[in-house]
Ligand binder design. Structure first.
Ligand code: BV8
Length: 229
């Protein structure tokens, strides 16, 4: 039984903002340019698959032109150096935590750099565009591939694993999320219910601000390194 605090970290789009990736709900955010219903729901994918593929192709392609920032690197140091258990859960679908040195990342909303066969559900690494001609290699006849992304109305990934960790956490840290999207937005209440200390790092107070016992407002690339080290 580890005598060191068990930490669960949840990140959102704000942790990648200083790397240049758009967040969702800012004035120039992704949801200002696209309707969620059109590009981030199963119904939208059935209605206009190419519109959805293009939305994710453009975001996937952008990954090669951005780099991790000091917030990603500080979290990776915390994961590597903290003697107790640390679980990093992200709502983000980019690979910046991995490239920032994090040894373990749980992507509860999927990953841009993976695709999924709509027939078999098989998930494969995917670096390029998915087009109308793209087909899987696992089915006969070959089936279409979708982004390995959890859309609205779909069940997030690794939920049992996450809830088990939330039930045992001594410290829950939320970074760069507006606290609008469930079930992730409910994690702070779950951790607190089990006695965890709850800390928020965000540009401004999130929807869940009242549930955090400590808060550090400002760019995570500036507030997190000092706190971690
Ligand atoms: C589910 C992948 C059941 C897509 C995403 C009606 C029908 C169906 C469902 C619902 C419904 N009504 C409500 C729901 C539930 C729904 C939901 O919560 N809707 C909301 C809008 C009300 N949720 C779902 O559908 C989920 N599934 O409920 O299934 C279930 C549940 C539990 C158990 C079993 C079954 C699925 C949700 C997943 C949707 N997919 N992502 C994609 O990425 O394209 S969600 C999307 O929003 C992103 O993943 C994103 O990560 C996530 C959350 O947004 P944030 O990360 O918080 O980003 P945001 O822009 O909002 O905020 C950024 C924050 O950073 C800001 O506060 C800003 O101040 C701060 N910031 C900015 N810069 C910095 C900074 N902070 C620090 N430093 C900086 N430099």
């Amino acid at each position: 039984m580890s005598q060191h605090a068990r930490i669960v970290i949840l990140t959102g789009a704000g942790v990648s903002a200083e790397s240049g990736l758009a967040t969702f709900r800012a004035h120039d955010g992704l949801w200002e340019q696209h309707r969620i219903e059109d590009v981030a729901t199963p119904e939208g994918f059935v209605r206009n698959p190419q519109l959805v593929q293009n939305f994710y192709n453009q975001r996937r392609a952008q990954l090669s032109s951005v780099v991790p920032n000091q917030a990603h690197q500080a979290l990776a140091r915390l994961q590597r150096e903290w003697p107790g258990d640390v679980m990093l859960v992200t709502q983000n679908v980019d690979d910046l935590h991995e490239r920032g040195g994090s040894p373990q990342v749980i992507h509860m909303h999927g990953e841009l750099l993976k695709a999924r066969c709509v027939e078999s559900g098989q998930v494969v690494a995917w670096l390029n565009d998915i087009t109308a001609e793209t087909r899987c290699a696992c089915c006969k006849p070959a089936a279409i591939l979708r982004p390995h992304i959890v859309w609205f109305g779909e069940i997030p990934l690794h939920m049992e694993h996450i809830y088990t960790a939330l039930g045992q956490a001594d410290l829950f840290i939320s970074i760069g999320t507006s606290g609008n999207v469930y079930p992730a937005a409910g994690f702070v209440a779950e951790a607190r219910r089990h006695g965890a200390l709850t800390v928020e790092f965000n540009l401004e107070p999130s929807e869940q601000r009242s549930l955090f016992q400590q808060a550090n407002y400002g760019p995570a690339g500036e507030t997190l390194p000092g706190w971690v080290d």
